[in-house]
Design a protein around this ligand. Structure first.
Ligand code: GLU
Length: 292
C-alpha cells in the first residue's frame, strides 16, 4: 500500500452522466495507478434533493463501467454525530457562530458581511451556523496538481455556512469531516468544485485536519457551455455493455489519455487495464471547461 486513498463522492440527486463519469474515472485511475484504494461516498446530506433510488442507480452505473470500489460505501446521512461534533469544536474554538440573517438582508454585498459574528443580530429567529473567515488562513493557498498554485483572499470568500437554518449540514463541513475521517490523501474532482476548495482548506486548518492533495479536472460542458446536469437533460450513463464500451473510450479520450482506436470497442476491463498502465494526469490540458 502506498498510503494513497482516493474517493468518488457523488450527490445522489440523479443518475450519473458523462461529466460525472470523468470525475469517477479519473479518481479511480489515479488511485489504481498509485496502487492505492478508491472509496465511494454517497453525499446524501440534502434528502429533498435526493430522489429514492438515485444512489442505487449510481452504484449500478459505476459497476457497469468496471469502477469497483474498495471497502464499504460511506453514506453521509449516517454521519450526523460526526458533523455535530466538528461544529461544536469550531464553536468552542470561537471559529463558528450562529447567524440569523437572511440573504435578502445582505443582498447588496458580494459575500455575507459577518454581522452576527459578535452575537446574533435577531435573537429568537432560526439560525444558520457560519465559519469565521477572518480568523483563519490569510491568504488561503494550495497547490492544485493540474491548475497549479491557487490563492484566495478570505475577505472575498466570506463566512461560509456550515449548518443551514433548516438543520441540514452544508456540503463544505460534511466533505471536510469525511475526507479526514476516511484518510483521503487525494481529491480528484471537477473544476466546478475548485472554488469550493478554499473553504475546505479553511475548515481543515480550523479543525487541525490534514490537507489532501487536490486535482481538479476540466469540467465537461454541453454545446451551450453549461455544466452537464439533470436540469439540462444530460443523458444518464448507460448500463448495457454495448453502450458502455464506446462511452468509456470517449471518457478516456476526454481525459487526454489518447487511447488507441482499437480500444474503442474493447471490453471494459481491457480498457481499464490499458488506462491503468498508462494513466498520466499531466497529459490533461488544464482547461476549466471542455466540450462534451
Ligand atoms: N458531492 C459533490 C458533487 O456531487 C462532490 C463532492 C466532492 O467531490 O468533493 O458535486
Amino acid at each position: 500500500m502506498t498510503g494513497y486513498r482516493g474517493r468518488f463522492a457523488p450527490t445522489p440527486s440523479g443518475a450519473l452522466h458523462f461529466g460525472s463519469l470523468i470525475a469517477a474515472l479519473a479518481s479511480f485511475l489515479d488511485a489504481r495507478r498509485a496502487g492505492g484504494e478508491w472509496l465511494v461516498r454517497i453525499e446524501d446530506i440534502d434528502p429533498p434533493r435526493c430522489p429514492a433510488g438515485a444512489a442505487d442507480t449510481i452504484l449500478r452505473q459505476l459497476e457497469a463501467f468496471g469502477l469497483h470500489w474498495d471497502g464499504p460505501i460511506r453514506w453521509q446521512h449516517d454521519r450526523d454525530a460526526a458533523y455535530a461534533a466538528a461544529l461544536a469544536r469550531l464553536e468552542t474554538l470561537g471559529l463558528a457562530y450562529p447567524c440569523s440573517c437572511s440573504r435578502k438582508q445582505w443582498r447588496q454585498y458580494p459575500v455575507y458581511p459577518g454581522w452576527c459574528r459578535e452575537g446574533v443580530l435577531e435573537p429568537g429567529k432560526p439560525v444558520a451556523w457560519r465559519l469565521r473567515s477572518d480568523l483563519g488562513l490569510h491568504p488561503v493557498i494550495w497547490q492544485d496538481r493540474l491548475f497549479g498554485e491557487q490563492r484566495f483572499d478570505p475577505a472575498e470568500l466570506g463566512d461560509v455556512v456550515l449548518q443551514r437554518k433548516d438543520g441540514l449540514w452544508a456540503y463544505q463541513l460534511a466533505v471536510v469531516v469525511d475526507d479526514a475521517d476516511q484518510d483521503i490523501s487525494d481529491v480528484v474532482r471537477g473544476f466546478d468544485l475548485l472554488d469550493n476548495t478554499p473553504w475546505q482548506r479553511q475548515l481543515q486548518h480550523a479543525l487541525a485536519l490534514p490537507e489532501p492533495r487536490y486535482l481538479h479536472l476540466p469540467l465537461i460542458v454541453n454545446r451551450e457551455g453549461q455544466k452537464l446536469s439533470k436540469q439540462n437533460l444530460a443523458p444518464a450513463l448507460p448500463l448495457a455493455d454495448s453502450e458502455v464500451r464506446p462511452l468509456l473510450y470517449r471518457a478516456l479520450a476526454a481525459l487526454d489519455q489518447a487511447p488507441p482506436a482499437e480500444l474503442s470497442t474493447a471490453p471494459v476491463d481491457e480498457q481499464l487495464a490499458w488506462a491503468n498502465g498508462q494513466w498520466d494526469p499531466h497529459r490533461i490540458r488544464p482547461e476549466a471547461h471542455r466540450r462534451e
